[in-house]
Design a protein around this ligand. Structure first.
Ligand code: GLN
Ligand code: ZN
Length: 763
């Protein structure tokens, strides 16, 4: 009883081999054959790491993204990349990355230049997928090569293979109709391609196919519910047994729908969807397999094995061999192997499980179910001891932090005066012109900055030398900004490796892995810090740098902090208390820094909340609760200051429609946002809401090396002034400039400052 399987393994490699392989190939430093060989090696290694499983995923490996893979499999690449003369893999990278993909240069005149596919977040994770594109004329043509190749490889290696694909409804739901046509009209044609695919996989020896349908944990209207029934009734003629997999949340009102699809099995997330399971058991026809995701596939903590067994044993009793166990979702979202960590201290490491360790946990659970707990007594005892040490650790529980949180009362989140009153005081103090200019915080992270940081980390550069190097970089950026004539300056963030890591390193309660990399998109990986304990701020984190910058100029320098919600959403967080509780602790720590900056004479303080939006729950019904505590946390971090201290916040995305009210409730004096690409249309949401405070709509896209012209910026700001009163407008780029070169930044900002002068003159 209890089949053990996995939904997906991290593909990037324990040492990020895939990242480096891809980047070398894109640069032209290695061959396509070498990249293909690397792919095969990684797949082999990953199947070996999963050797104990009864069924291992096949087709979860990807050179870029599983949604893009699915588009290739279905023959649904955008029209603009069709007719490419080069290799299919290069064409694949063209969709992923645009024209710069290797191989495309040879075709510059005919079929070379092409825009990249749109990229967006995979549900509420930090993974990004390439959005499928549809139109009324879209047709599908099966190309099963990738899956069949990997299936043949797996079978040749003796892997008990279970191909994994994105299901038809999720594929359609996450795609975009570029011509505004009805995507659902494509379903019949899409299902024909899926039916063909499933038959082909069965012919090539796949008994089970895992069909991922995570949209089942979101709110579905009747049309989409109907699409589910239609799809799986259509596909049931295929000989392969289908395991429909859902994850990342609860089925709730979709429970009945999911339980009664005509498929052989259903996988559900028993970590975030635990409450679903008992009602689901009563709905699920007896002959179906129920796969329970009992090990958290999205976080790094050890599973409480005894607690899972207490809950699982009666279910296993009832369902016998029709119970499977697995991680809650693909392990794509966690690092590969804890064994690679040599610097984490042993106590903390003993609390953690990465992908490989999570699969070990599943084996222990399976054995306990099959042969009784006594058969794995040692493993269970070790697990219990680790959990007990975590529960009791004074590093996790700090009474002083608890007391500080308990001491929060209503005045913490409230400014003294209302915005108009504050704005008047700030104007008197800062004496800024109309259309004041500023930047979002970072200036280019140059080679010399990176060298200094690497040297410092490696111990070649001592603290004093490193600090001197950073102070010199700060001075350079202040001088450049003065020469440009910007109004509110920044220090440039030279000393920061990353906007979350930099703060996490200085806060109590955070730990850092050495190689805990997780794929974000394509070859891009992030290493989320691990928030393991009560958060404290033992000493100031930014005051020295900002004060240094301020000492160099008479212009106001903006202090720069990362907000509590962003710290939370970009970290692996505690699972032993609600996210909101961790967020509140972060808010208090940042509040201390805000107050210390103010005490040091800093008049303008920016608190970035780049990740506020991405923390939104998958179900709209839960948005209000999340936004409630997230906004409270921001307010607690920001609002302890005097009325004449100006609070800025920054958010770099372009969908504000649903959250303007929450943003207004944050009550920052100034918010800078990304708008350039939408040509100011997204200000409509703010206009419509009658957003009361000041806004700096980004006037140029910092992701592009293009230099925006002065006229273009004036034009954009005029559009902005049509929506927001000019006296509440600021002029700034879309986001930080750390990925740009000085040679791009200087002319762009010069045009921006000139445009602001034009606007003032015309006013
Ligand atoms: N202050 C940060 C910077 O300028 C903001 C980055 C972000 O919003 N992602 O780099
Ligand atoms: Zn930004």
């Amino acid at each position: 009883m209890a089949v053990v399987h996995n939904l997906g393994f991290p593909r990037i490699g324990a040492k990020r081999e895939l990242k480096f392989g891809l980047e070398a190939y894109w640069k032209g430093d290695s061959s396509r054959d070498a990249l293909q060989a690397l792919g095969a090696t990684l797949r082999r290694d990953h199947w070996q790491a999963q050797a104990g499983l009864d069924l291992a995923p096949v087709g979860d490996f990807s050179f870029y993204d599983q949604m893009l893979d699915m588009s290739v499999t279905l023959g649904n690449l955008p029209e603009r990349v069709q007719g490419f003369h080069g290799d299919a893999l290069d064409n694949y990278f063209r969709v992923a990355r645009g024209r710069s993909a290797q191989g495309a240069e040879d075709h510059a005149g005919c079929c070379g230049g092409v825009a990249a596919g749109e990229m967006t977040k995979w549900f509420d994770t930090n993974y990004h997928y390439i959005v499928p594109e549809f139109g009324a004329a879209t047709s599908f043509a099966l190309d099963a090569t990738r899956l069949l190749t990997q299936l043949a490889e797996a079978r040749a290696q003796g892997v008990k293979a279970k191909p994994v694909i994105v299901g038809p409804v999720t594929y359609l739901a996450l795609g975009k109709a570029r011509d505004g046509s009805d995507k659902l009209a494509l379903l019949p044609a899409l299902l024909d391609a899926y039916a063909q695919l499933l038959c082909t996989l069965a012919e090539h020896g796949a008994e089970w196919v895992q069909v991922d349908e995570p949209v089942l944990v979101t709110e579905l209207d009747l049309d989409w519910q109907h699409a589910f029934n239609l799809s799986y009734h259509h596909l049931k003629a295929c000989p392969a047994k289908l395991l429909v997999a859902t994850y990342f949340g609860q089925l709730e009102e979709n429970r009945y729908l999911a339980a009664n699809l005509p498929v052989a099995g259903l996988h559900v997330d028993a970590v975030c969807g635990r409450d679903d399971i008992v009602p689901l058991l009563n709905l699920l026809p007896d002959h179906k397999v129920l796969s329970l995701g009992v090990v958290d596939g999205r976080n790094v903590w050890k599973t409480d094995l005894a607690a899972v067994l207490d809950w699982l044993e009666p279910i296993a009793e009832r369902r016998g061999e029709r119970l499977w166990i697995a991680p809650s979702c693909s392990l794509l979202h966690v690092p590969v192997d804890l064994a690679g960590e040599r610097r984490l201290d042993p106590e903390l490491a003993s609390w953690l499980a990465f992908a490989v360790q999570k699969l070990d946990e599943l084996q222990v659970l399976a054995r306990a179910l099959r042969e009784g707990r006594a058969s794995v007594a040692d493993a269970l005892a070790a697990n219990a001891a680790a959990l007990a040490s975590r529960r009791a650790s004074p590093r996790v529980h700090d009474p002083a932090v608890r007391a500080a949180v308990a001491g929060i009362d209503a005045h913490f989140g409230r400014r003294h005066g209302a915005y108009p009153e504050r704005a008047a005081r700030q104007a008197a103090l800062l004496r800024l012109p109309p259309y004041p200019t500023t930047t979002i915080g970072s200036f280019p992270q140059t080679a010399s900055i990176r060298q200094a940081r690497a040297g410092h980390k490696a111990g070649q550069l001592d603290d004093a030398a490193y600090r001197a190097a950073m102070r010199a970089e700060i001075e350079r950026s202040v001088r450049e900004q003065e020469a440009l004539g910007l109004d509110v300056l920044v220090h440039g963030e030279a000393e920061r490796n990353d906007m979350v890591e930099y703060f996490g390193e200085q806060l109590q309660g955070y730990a850092f892995s050495e190689s805990g990399w997780v794929q974000s998109y394509g070859s891009r990986c992030v290493k989320p810090p691990i928030l393991f304990g009560d958060v404290g701020r033992p000493r100031t984190m930014t005051v020295e740098w900002i004060a240094h910058a301020q000492s160099l100029t008479a212009k106001p320098v903006k202090g720069m902090l990362t907000g509590p919600v962003t710290m939370l959403n970009w970290s692996f967080v505690r699972d032993d208390q609600p996210r909101s509780a961790s967020c509140l602790q972060l808010a208090l720590a940042i509040r201390q820094e805000v107050l210390d900056l103010e005490r040091a004479g800093v008049r303008v303080i920016q608190i970035d909340e780049a990740a506020l939006r991405e923390g939104l729950p998958l179900r709209r019904a839960q948005w209000k609760r999340y936004l409630g505590w997230a906004v409270d946390a921001f307010r607690i971090a920001a609002n302890g200051v005097r009325d004449d201290t100006q609070i800025h916040t920054h958010m770099c995305y372009s969908e504000f429609n649903d959250i303007v009210a929450a943003i207004a409730a944050m009550d920052a004096d100034v918010i800078t946002i990304e708008t350039a690409r939408s040509s100011m249309e997204l200000l409509d949401a703010f206009e419509h809401f009658a957003y009361p405070n000041a806004i700096g709509p980004g006037v140029y896209d910092i992701h592009s090396p293009n230099i925006p012209s002065r006229e273009h910026i004036v034009d954009l700001m005029r559009k902005a002034a049509g929506r927001i009163p000019a006296e509440r407008l600021w002029v700034n780029p879309d986001c930080g400039l750390k990925t740009r070169q000085w040679a791009e930044v200087l002319p762009a900002l010069a045009n921006m400052v000139a445009a602001a002068r034009d606007l003032r003159q015309a006013a």
